[in-house]
Write a protein that binds this ligand. Structure first.
Ligand SMILES: NC(=O)C1=CN([C@@H]2O[C@H](COP(=O)(O)OP(=O)(O)OC[C@H]3O[C@@H](n4cnc5c(N)ncnc54)[C@H](O)[C@@H]3O)[C@@H](O)[C@H]2O)C=CC1
Ligand SMILES: O=C([O-])CC(=O)C(=O)O
Length: 266
């Protein structure tokens, strides 16, 4: 039995708990949230993981795997220390790696703990193809993220415009994946993932669009290189609890966790 600590108990964390609640090979032993998130997390734990402790940091013993689904700040706060202690970590907030020095800090922490940090594909597909294609040389990688206006609330997309009254698709950001991930920490993790698998945070061109004509979170990747080319379009259903986040992110985290304990991983 693998004992897991889930960091974050919001839209992703609670959906993951639901999917793991009857898993015979995996037990959620701890749910890690800030003090202010504890009452809500305790209510979720009571329903879905009654044996889990709800705590503000990852327990120092008895945890085999940490799964982060909390936000960029949780990487420094919880993932780095867990790695240094030798606990493997699965990370959803990949955009955090846009901060200068953080990828190197993650590598050093994992080396110190003789363990590994896995960045999940999350809401996007074809990360396997892109990362493999990089070995042969990539020429261009373009990423476009398109979401309904409400998914951009609380972000810089609100500056100088009323999202609720947008009548047509509006490009709210155009630039590098690094800048996208910094400005849109809850909406551009996929931009960071595509860039880390491919041409890097500074060479990957990103467009983010608020589009009143879509209900889904639409992610498009176009890549070209020595391998050939591909165009990918994902039309993801958002989670009811958070319109910024695609349900596929939860399934991607579940896959990563299950692949660790299954004799045949895919
Ligand atoms: N890789 C991908 O494709 C995607 C990644 N994400 C990442 O996952 C994160 C979580 O997404 P949701 O569950 O939809 O967000 P949410 O806002 O519904 O839930 C966040 C949870 O994390 C907790 N939290 C916040 N800061 C924390 C910290 N420093 N330490 C521990 N817990 C903390 C909150 O109390 C809450 O329980 C996003 O912020 C984003 O970084 C989200 C969508 C896609
Ligand atoms: O869940 C999604 O559709 C993508 C997302 O929020 C992100 O890239 O941060």
């Amino acid at each position: 039995m693998e004992r897991i600590a889930i960091v974050g108990c919001g839209a992703i964390g609670s959906s993951l708990l639901e999917l793991l609640k009857d898993d015979a090979a995996l037990e959620v032993a701890a749910i890690v949230v800030p003090e202010e998130g504890m009452p809500a997390a305790r209510a979720v734990a009571q329903r879905l993981a009654p044996r889990a402790v709800v705590v503000s940091s990852v327990p120092l013993a008895g945890i085999d795997l940490v799964v982060e689904a909390a936000g960029h700040a949780a990487i420094e706060q919880h993932v780095l220390p867990a790695l240094r202690r030798g606990t493997p970590c699965v990370v959803a907030s990949v955009g955090a790696l846009s901060a200068q020095g953080l990828p190197e800090a993650l590598e050093r922490a994992a080396q110190t703990g003789k363990t590994q940090v896995q960045l999940i594909a999350g809401a996007i597909g074809a990360i396997d193809a892109l990362a493999a294609a990089r070995a042969g040389g990539l020429e261009t990688v373009r990423y476009t993220g398109r979401k309904p206006p409400r998914a951009w609330s609380g972000t810089p997309a609100e500056e100088g415009r009323n999202l609720a009254s947008l009548a047509t698709e509006t490009v709210i950001f155009e630039g590098s994946a690094r800048e996208a991930a910094r400005l849109y920490p809850k909406n551009a993790n996929v931009a960071a993932t595509v860039s880390l698998a491919g041409l890097g945070l500074d060479q990957t061109r990103v467009r983010l669009i608020a589009d009143p004509a879509v209900d889904e979170n639409v992610h498009q990747v176009e890549a070209e290189g020595a391998f050939g080319r591909f165009e990918l379009t994902m039309r993801n259903k958002p989670l009811a609890a958070n319109p910024k986040t695609s349900a596929l992110t939860v399934y991607s985290a579940l896959r990563a966790v299950r692949n660790r304990v299954r004799p045949l991983a895919i």
